[in-house]
Design a protein around this ligand. Structure first.
Ligand SMILES: [Zn+2]
Ligand SMILES: [Zn+2]
Length: 163
């Protein structure tokens, strides 16, 4: 039997969208958008970073406008969305860079994010040029970059314990 005192709070409203968002244009296949998609489904799209920092450097974004990692909620829905983004990125790098020395997946945290539409960086190393790695390396709790696995831990809903 479900514990009657255990109930979910309604999901917090996300921050409103900016007037115009370049990644929404890409995800929505706006006529003005010339970005070639590497992958798309009903939840996410993937494309090459416009300014690549590694041998392969892809971005996976949700079609829904979620501004930053701070707007993700601790819900199954958001956890599954981010898991799916990572899966899509892994599949693409496995396909396009199977012999790369390392595949790295992560997000920039505000104020270090460039575009206010959630995007997963998928990097097949080496970094090119090598100094670019500072942008994509977690540096302690205040670092600008968070590994995708760490973020998934952070937004993982606690298993509900019922007797
Ligand atoms: Zn957007
Ligand atoms: Zn970024």
């Amino acid at each position: 039997m479900r514990n009657p005192f255990c109930f979910r709070r309604p999901a917090a409203k996300r921050a409103p969208m900016a007037d115009w968002c370049v990644f929404c244009d890409i995800a929505g296949r706006a006529p003005s958008s010339t970005t070639a998609l590497l992958y798309s489904d009903d939840k996410v799209v993937a494309f090459q970073d416009i300014n690549p920092s590694a041998f392969r450097h892809y971005l996976v974004i949700p079609i829904e406008h979620i501004p930053t990692v701070n707007d993700l909620r601790i819900t199954n829905e958001d956890h599954q969305l981010v898991s799916h983004m990572v899966k899509v990125g892994k599949d693409l790098l496995d396909r396009d860079a199977p012999r790369s020395e390392e595949h790295r997946f992560g997000f920039h945290q505000p104020p270090f994010n460039s575009v206010d539409h959630l995007h997963l960086h998928c990097l097949a190393l080496p970094f090119m040029p090598s100094w670019k790695q500072v942008k994509y390396t977690p540096l302690g709790p205040l670092g600008g970059f968070i590994d995708a696995d760490k973020l998934l831990e952070r937004i993982k809903p606690q298993a509900e314990v019922h007797s």
